[in-house]
Design a protein around this ligand. Structure first.
Ligand code: HEC
Ligand code: HEC
Length: 347
C-alpha cells in the first residue's frame, strides 16, 4: 500500500516538474503568426523582422526586465500587467520611476499589429519605435537608449540571448526594438466568447444578444468589429480634465479640429482594463454608459456619431454591459507564452 502511495506521489511530482520545464519553452509553432478569421490584413507584417522562438524569448525577457529603466525598478510589465490584458488595473494615470505619475491611463496591449498608430493621440506610427517613448520618458523609465544598450552589452545573459536571436553578439537598439516587437506583436486576442459565438461555437443569453444588437446600432460606428476600433480619433464628448488639459490628437496635428479627440480604444477585454478613458476617469462600465446616455452633458465638439445613442434605459445599459463582458479572452490572458519567465510557476 505504502509502495503504491509513493509511486503515486512520484507520479504527481514528476508531472509537476514536466509542466514547470515546458511552461516557458517557446517552439516554432508558438511563434507562428496566425491571422484570426475575419480580421483584416495587419499593418505590421514582420517582413523585415522575422519572428523566431529566440527573438520572441529575447523580447519577452526585455519586456519583463526592469533593467531598461534608470534605477532598475520599472519594467514594461510594471505598467502593462498580463492579467489586465496588459493594461494597469486600478491606476487612473500611469505610475513610473520614483513614483512619478504620468498623464494618461495605461493602454491595454493587444492586436497591436492592426494599429497604424499608437498611443491615445496616435503620436507614434511604428510598433518598433514605440518603446523608445516609455524608455526615455522622465515619468516612466527615464533612461537613454545608449545607456540601456551598454547595460545589455555588459550582461552575460543578454549577450547570449542576442546571439541566439540574431546569430552574433552584436547588441544595438535596432535589435532590441525588433525583439520587443516580436513579443508585443504576437499579443493577439481573438478567442473571447464573442468570437466563439460569431463562429457558432458558443451561444449568447438573450441579454447578451440584445446587448450586441444595441452595440451594433449605437457604438459600432467607432468601436468597429472585429477589432472594436476603427483606428480613428474622435471626441466622445468627455469634458477635459481641468488639471491635465490634454488636447489629445490636437497636440500632434496642431489642428484645432482635432482638439480633445482620442484614439478609439478597442473594447476587447474591456472588463479587465479598468479604469476607463485616456485619463482613467471612470472606474466602472456602468459609469461609461451613464456618460454616453447623457448627450446634454457632452462636451463641445462631440462626434456626431454619438447622437445615435440616445437615452438608454436600465435594461439596455445592463444588456450592453453583458455583451461587453463577452469580449473577455481568458485564453489570451492566461496564454503561457506571455507569462513572466522569471517567475516560477507552481502548478
Ligand atoms: C510607467 C508606465 C509604463 C511603462 C513602464 C511602459 N508603458 Fe507602455 N504605455 C503606458 C501608457 C500610459 C500608455 C499610453 C500612453 C499615451 O497614450 O500617451 C502606453 C502605451 C503603450 C503602447 C501603445 C498601445 C496602443 O494601443 O496604442 C505600447 C505598444 C506600449 N505602451 C508598450 C510598452 C513597452 C514595450 C514598454 C517597455 C519598453 C512600455 N510600454 C513601458 C505606460 C507604460
Ligand atoms: C464617436 C465615436 C464613439 C462612439 C459612437 C462610441 N465610442 Fe466609446 N469611445 C470612443 C473614444 C474616442 C473613446 C476614448 C475617449 C477618451 O479616452 O477620451 C471611447 C472609449 C470607450 C470606452 C473606454 C475604453 C477604455 O479602454 O478606456 C468604453 C468602455 C466605450 N468607449 C464604450 C462605448 C459604448 C458601449 C458605446 C455605445 C453605447 C460607445 N463606446 C460609443 C469613441 C466612441
Amino acid at each position: 500500500m505504502r509502495y503504491i502511495f509513493l509511486l503515486f506521489l512520484f507520479g504527481i511530482l514528476s508531472a509537476a516538474f514536466i509542466i514547470d520545464d515546458t511552461y516557458f519553452k517557446i517552439s516554432k509553432k508558438d511563434v507562428m503568426l496566425k491571422i484570426p478569421k475575419g480580421f483584416p490584413k495587419p499593418f505590421y507584417r514582420f517582413e523585415k523582422n522575422k519572428i523566431t522562438p529566440e527573438g520572441f524569448i529575447l523580447g519577452r525577457q526585455l519586456f519583463y526586465d526592469p533593467i531598461l529603466s534608470k534605477d532598475s525598478t520599472v519594467s514594461c510589465a510594471t505598467c502593462h500587467q498580463r492579467f489586465a490584458a496588459f493594461a494597469h488595473i486600478d491606476h487612473a494615470l500611469s505610475h513610473g520611476i520614483d513614483g512619478a505619475i504620468g498623464t494618461r491611463n495605461v493602454s491595454a496591449l493587444q492586436n497591436l499589429i492592426w494599429k497604424d498608430t499608437y498611443m491615445w493621440d496616435g503620436g507614434i506610427n511604428h510598433l518598433e519605435v514605440q518603446p523608445i517613448n516609455p524608455i526615455t520618458s522622465q515619468v516612466e523609465m527615464s533612461e537613454s537608449l545608449e545607456h540601456n544598450i551598454s547595460k545589455l552589452r555588459s550582461n552575460k545573459d543578454y549577450v547570449l540571448l542576442f546571439k541566439n536571436a540574431f546569430g552574433d553578439t552584436v547588441i544595438n537598439s535596432q535589435r532590441m526594438l525588433k525583439a520587443l516587437a516580436q513579443f508585443t506583436g504576437l499579443m493577439i486576442s481573438s478567442n473571447a466568447r464573442y468570437d466563439k459565438y460569431m463562429s457558432g461555437k458558443d451561444t449568447f443569453s438573450s441579454a447578451e444578444k440584445n446587448g450586441l444588437k444595441l452595440f451594433r446600432e449605437k457604438c459600432a460606428d467607432c468601436h468597429k468589429e472585429p477589432l472594436f476600433t476603427d483606428n480613428s480619433y474622435r471626441n466622445n464628448g468627455l469634458k477635459p480634465d481641468s488639471s491635465l488639459m490634454d488636447k489629445g490628437r490636437g497636440k500632434i496635428t496642431g489642428s484645432g479640429k482635432d482638439d480633445y479627440a482620442f484614439k478609439v480604444p478597442s473594447l476587447r477585454n474591456v472588463a479587465l482594463t479598468h479604469p476607463y478613458m485616456h485619463d482613467g476617469r471612470f472606474k466602472k462600465l456602468s459609469e461609461v454608459l451613464n456618460h454616453y446616455a447623457n448627450s446634454e452633458k457632452y462636451f463641445a465638439g462631440a462626434d456626431s456619431a454619438l447622437y445615435k445613442i440616445g437615452q438608454l434605459n436600465d435594461m439596455e445599459r445592463k444588456d450592453i454591459v453583458a455583451f461587453l463582458l463577452t469580449l473577455t479572452d481568458k485564453e489570451f490572458v492566461f496564454d503561457r507564452r506571455f507569462a513572466d519567465p522569471n517567475v516560477q510557476v507552481s502548478k
